[in-house]
Design a binder for this molecule. Structure first.
Ligand SMILES: [Zn+2]
Length: 336
C-alpha cells in the first residue's frame, strides 16, 4: 500500500475511510457537470479529499454568482472568466495532486459519448433536460448518478444506483423538478453547501467501496422552514421507464438542442459551427461592430443585446427569451 500524503492524514484517520479508502480515492475519477453554486461547493470538497475530476460548465462568472459560488472572486466576474477556467485555477491551487480536466462546453450526448471511464456522475446543473441526459448516460455506463438541486432554501438529493432503484426519469412524475429557478425564487448559500456536502459524502462512500453506507432514500430539506424528509422511493420504479427498465435511453440522442433558453435568465444559447474566434471578430469589425476579445470568447452588442461567442461555437444572446429571435440575430452577426 502506498504511503498516505500528509494532506489527507485526518481523512485517512477517519474509520470510515482509512488508508485503504484514501488509496481508493486516488485511483478514481468523477464527472461533475455544472460549476455554479453546487458545482463550486462539491468540487472544493472533493478536490481537497483527493478525488480527480472532469469538470464542465458552459457559462462565465457574473457578480450575481459571488454570493454563493465559493470558488470565484470579484476579479473573475469583472473579467467574465469562464467558470471552467476560474474553477480550474482555484482548484489546482488548492490541491495540485489531483488530476483535473476542465471543459468550457455545453454537455450533450455528442460531448459525453467519447469521454474516458469515469466512476460516477455528479449533477450540479440547473435544468431537467441535462439531468435526464446525465441520468441516461450514467445508466448506460452502469455507474451511479447523484442528482442534486437547490432553490430558495430548499434542496433535494437522490442517488441513482443502476439496476437497484428508480432512476431520475422514474421519479420525474413525482418530483417538483421544473418550475422555480434560482433567478426567479432566489437561493441562499447555506442550502447549497448542505446539498453539496451530501453529494460529496455519498461520493466518498461510493468511491471507497462503502456501498452499504450509501443513502438510498430521496432527501428533501427546507432550511428556512426547518423541515426535512427522507423518502423511501424504492417502490416508485416505473416498469415502463425507457431509461432504467427498457434501456432505450431516450436522452442519448446526437446534436440535441441547437438553441436553448438558459435557466431563468433571459439568455438564449445558440449553437453554430465556427472556425475560430478571430475570423468572426474581424468580420464583425468590418461591419463597424466593436468587439471585446478575451482568451476564451468574444463579446459585442447587436441591436442593444449583449452577445458572447465561445470557441465551441455557442453564442449567448442576452435580454431575449425567444429562441427564434435569438437564432436570427446570431445568423445576422455570423453571416454579416
Ligand atoms: Zn427509470
Amino acid at each position: 500500500m502506498t504511503r498516505i500524503p500528509e494532506r489527507y492524514a485526518r481523512q485517512a484517520r477517519f474509520h470510515g475511510i482509512g488508508a485503504e479508502g484514501q488509496n481508493e480515492l486516488a485511483m478514481k475519477r468523477v464527472l461533475l457537470v455544472g460549476l455554479g453554486a453546487l458545482g463550486a461547493a462539491v468540487s472544493d470538497q472533493l478536490v481537497r479529499a483527493g478525488v480527480s475530476l472532469i469538470l464542465v460548465d458552459r457559462d462565465y462568472v457574473e457578480m450575481t454568482n459571488l454570493q454563493r459560488q465559493t470558488l470565484y472572486a470579484e476579479q473573475d466576474a469583472l473579467a467574465e472568466t469562464p467558470k471552467a477556467i476560474a474553477a480550474f485555477e482555484r482548484l489546482k491551487a488548492i490541491n495540485s495532486d489531483v488530476d483535473l480536466n476542465t471543459h468550457i462546453a455545453d454537455v450533450s450526448w455528442d460531448w459525453l459519448r467519447p469521454l474516458p471511464h469515469v466512476d460516477m456522475v455528479l449533477d450540479a446543473t440547473d435544468n431537467v433536460d441535462t439531468r435526464l441526459l446525465l441520468n441516461d448516460f450514467a445508466l448506460e455506463r452502469g455507474i451511479p448518478f447523484l442528482f442534486a438541486s437547490c432553490v430558495g432554501a430548499y434542496g433535494m438529493n437522490y442517488t441513482v444506483m443502476p439496476g437497484q432503484a428508480p432512476c431520475l426519469r422514474c421519479l420525474m412524475r413525482h418530483l417538483p423538478l421544473a418550475g422555480q429557478t434560482c433567478a426567479s425564487a432566489g437561493v441562499v448559500a447555506p442550502i447549497v453547501q448542505h446539498v453539496a456536502s451530501r453529494q460529496a459524502v455519498e461520493t466518498l462512500k461510493y468511491l471507497t467501496g462503502r456501498h452499504e453506507k450509501m443513502e438510498r432514500r430521496l432527501l428533501i430539506e427546507d432550511m428556512w422552514e426547518n423541515q426535512s424528509q427522507r423518502l423511501d422511493v424504492a417502490r416508485l420504479v416505473d416498469v415502463s421507464c425507457k431509461s432504467c427498465q427498457q434501456h432505450e435511453y431516450p436522452s442519448l440522442v446526437p446534436n440535441r438542442q441547437q438553441t436553448a433558453l438558459l435557466c431563468g435568465r433571459d439568455v438564449v444559447q445558440v449553437r453554430r459551427p465556427i472556425e475560430g474566434l478571430e475570423p468572426i471578430a474581424n468580420q464583425l469589425e468590418r461591419a463597424d461592430v466593436s468587439v471585446k476579445r478575451t482568451p476564451f470568447m468574444l463579446e459585442w452588442r447587436w441591436r442593444n443585446h449583449r452577445m458572447l461567442l465561445f470557441k465551441d461555437g455557442r453564442v449567448l444572446v442576452h435580454g431575449v427569451d425567444d429562441t427564434h429571435v435569438a437564432a436570427a440575430m446570431v445568423d445576422e452577426c455570423l453571416g454579416a
